[in-house]
Design a protein. Structure first.
Lengths: 145, 111
C-alpha cells in the first residue's frame, strides 16, 4: 500500500496560487491517476488557496499551509490559513455568493471544490482562520489490500 | 498567462494562452477592457484554444466582460472550449447567457 505525506507553507501572494496547485498535483501524480482526476485536484487546490489569499488574509501577507496525505488510492489535502475566518459558513458556501463582488469573484469556489472532490470539510472561526479538508479518491487507481 | 488581441471590424478577438486564475485574471481583465473602450468596439470573442487551466476566477472574468458588452449593446462569444473548461462553465450556468461556438469562423458568420 502506498503511503506518503508532505507539508508546504508559503506567503499569501497570488503568484503562489499556480505554484501550490502544481506542487499538489505532482505529489498526487505518484498514484498515477488520470489527467482528468489530476485536473480536478489542481482546480480544487487553486480555489482553496485563492480563498486563503483573498478572503483569509485580505490585504495583508500571512502564511498559507498545505498538508497532503496519500493512502492507497486516496489523497487528503488540507489548506489552512490563520486569517480572519468566516463569519457565516452557510452563506460562504452558497453558489454565487461572494463577499468580494468588486473583485469580480464568481462565488463558485466552494461549489467547484465540492464538485471536483469526494469530500469537503470546512472549519472556520472568526478571527482565527479557516481550514479546508478535501479528499479525492482516484477511482482509476486500483486500491490494494 | 498572456493574451493576444485581434480586431475585425467592431469585434475584439481575445486569444488566451496559459493559465487563468485569480493572479492572472486582473491583468487580463484590464487589458481587454482598455482596448474595448479605447477602440469603441461592440462584440467580444474569447478564444480559449490555448488556455491550459482555468478555475472559478475565469467565470468571474467572463461574467464581468459579458456585463460590459451587454451594457454596450454587443454580444460575448466563447470559442474552442476544451471539455475541461466546459465542465466548469456548465457548473456555473454561464452557458445560459454566453454562446459557445466551435470556431472563430462560426462566430463571425453568425454575428
Amino acid at each position: 500500500m502506498i503511503q506518503n505525506s508532505m507539508k508546504l507553507e508559503f506567503p499569501s501572494k497570488s503568484q503562489n496560487e499556480s505554484f501550490a496547485r502544481v506542487v499538489v498535483a505532482s505529489f498526487a501524480a505518484q498514484l498515477d491517476p488520470t489527467i482528468e482526476e489530476l485536473s480536478d485536484v489542481k482546480t480544487a487546490v487553486s480555489e482553496a488557496v485563492t480563498n486563503a489569499i483573498i478572503h483569509g488574509y485580505e490585504d495583508r501577507i500571512g502564511t498559507v499551509f498545505i498538508e497532503c496525505k496519500i493512502e492507497n488510492n486516496k489523497i487528503e489535502i488540507i489548506v489552512e490559513d490563520k486569517g480572519i475566518g468566516i463569519e457565516d459558513i452557510n452563506k460562504a458556501i452558497e453558489p454565487f455568493y461572494t463577499s468580494k463582488p468588486e473583485l469580480e469573484r464568481s462565488g463558485m469556489g466552494f461549489t467547484v471544490m465540492e464538485t471536483f472532490m469526494d469530500e469537503l470539510q470546512l472549519i472556520s472561526e472568526a478571527g482565527k482562520g479557516t481550514r479546508i479538508k478535501m479528499v479525492k479518491v482516484f477511482r482509476s487507481v486500483k486500491a490494494e489490500e | 498567462m498572456n493574451i493576444s488581441l485581434d480586431i475585425r471590424d467592431k469585434v475584439l478577438i481575445v486569444n488566451f494562452n496559459g493559465e487563468l486564475d485569480h493572479h492572472s485574471a486582473e491583468e487580463t481583465r484590464k487589458e481587454i477592457d482598455k482596448i474595448y473602450s479605447d477602440r469603441r468596439l461592440l462584440h467580444i470573442v474569447l478564444d480559449l484554444k490555448k488556455l491550459n487551466f482555468m478555475d472559478s476566477s475565469g467565470i468571474g472574468l467572463i461574467m464581468g466582460r459579458y456585463k460590459n458588452v451587454s451594457d454596450n449593446g454587443g454580444k460575448l462569444f466563447l470559442v474552442n472550449v476544451s471539455s475541461r473548461v466546459e465542465k466548469i462553465f456548465r457548473m456555473s450556468g454561464i452557458l445560459k447567457i454566453v454562446q459557445m461556438y466551435d470556431s472563430l469562423e462560426d462566430v463571425l458568420v453568425n454575428i
